[in-house]
Write a protein that binds this ligand. Sequence first.
Ligand code: FES
Length: 153
Amino acid sequence: LDAVSVTLTVNGETRSIDIPPTVTLLDLLRERFHLTGAKKGCDQGQCGACTVMVDGRRVNSCLQLAVMKDGAEITTIEGLGTPDSLHPLQAAFVKHDAFQCGYCTPGQICSAAGMIAEGHATTAAEIRELMSGNLCRCGAYTNIVEAIEEVMG
Ligand code: FES
């Protein structure tokens, strides 16, 4: 297939690239832009490891064709905080030991940021429900919910 030009603003930086129309947003971020925070777990929308923010909404980037996001603003885990200045969710995940292997963590944190912005969760049960698209095979759910609760106040 012929390459198509796509322009995205990724973590505040506007970038243009020519890519085949079949490239997913996840593969574009990881393989072309070398932003490997978003992880490829299932590559079919079932695990949430690939979660990023698109125009302020959390999405499974493995299910998005990059060309469909032309002009969009993308925020990945790399754009949420830095090692010297952690995002409150990142700090809370560290404090509450909300991971074991860490593979799902970037997706968990991007999803939690989106969930908090959506404003629909007020209880631990609602957090669990609204975070149910993000799987943790280590089973750190209790600590993940505690970390998110702390940030939500
Ligand atoms: Fe996208 Fe699993 S890699 S949902």
